[in-house]
Design a protein around this ligand. Sequence first.
Ligand code: AHG
Ligand code: MN
Ligand code: MN
Ligand code: MN
Length: 334
Amino acid sequence: MTQVSLARFLIEEQRAGHITPDLRLLIEVVARACKSISHAVSKGALGGVLGDAGTGNIQGEAQKKLDVLSNEILLEANEWGGHLAACASEEMDHCQPIPNVYPKGHYLLLFDPLDGSSNIDVNISVGTIFSVLRCPDGISEVRDEHFLQPGRTQVAAGYTVYGPSTMLVLTVGNGTHAFTLDREHGSFILTQRAMRIPEDTKEFAVNMSNRRHWHAPMQRYIDELLAGKTGPRGKDFNMRWVASMVADVHRILTRGGIFIYPRDKKDPDKPGKLRLMYEANPMSFIVEQAGGAATNGYERILDLQPTQLHERVAVFLGSKNEVEIATRYHREAQ
Ligand code: AHG
Ligand code: MN
Ligand code: MN
Ligand code: MN
């Protein structure tokens, strides 16, 4: 059987009218940058890339060397191609317009350059998450506010997981598809077309150490899962938590499950931990395109109107029926 490379897949999507030539170029460039990040990540201690950078980001997190390096790789790869108007990143205070020496395009690119970076020093899977929006018409100077578009307007989203193999998972609004990096030839090869998340599951992913801080509907939902076969749900549930969203979501895309990072009482001012623009929106688009669901406990994530670039949000995503139950418990408690 002939292998379908990412390049060929994208050409075919373009011919079918699903993407423009510029969006094809953009995705190719992001994939190329992810290959460089994959290379840097896999060198580990030998590449001198582990450990803290000694700096912090706007969200108050200590940056790892690889957070900073991955951010630079993505910026450099994307600035000269002419397909972008600006980039925004978890690791930058504000959006970065394309330098004036290069032509400007019609897309906005957002990324979490290295997701799960607390796992990097212990050799556990990390990833890159990205989201593509259209730049509003008639903008001469792009500012943060131009990125504040609901997730449903994304034209593409994807992530790369740097695990035992490096995989790129992508949607352009026509299903969710997975590609595996062929290291010998340096290209991503389509290994799963039209991924589907089972509607029912017996697996959940949550950081249980936060249990005492949760609100009542979240306590109720997890208590019922933990009650197992003899409880109200009538089945036993298994738990997994990698603490790299890419790895947890990748497992859910592969075999089902529900991923939860709720709002809690520990930090009442924060509406959750994960970032709407770099994590929740792209992952929700990917999950919905694979037949799953994603809410903040009350509303569909893709319908939320962002108010800040670095906004945080509660996340419930994955197997449809499970997300519906968790969401119903939250709505009932309102
Ligand atoms: P990042 O490394 O990009 O800052 O994201 C980390 C996120 C996400 O990947 C993961 O699901 C979550 O943080 C883990 O949080 P806890 O350490 O609180 O479990
Ligand atoms: Mn971070
Ligand atoms: Mn992240
Ligand atoms: Mn990150």
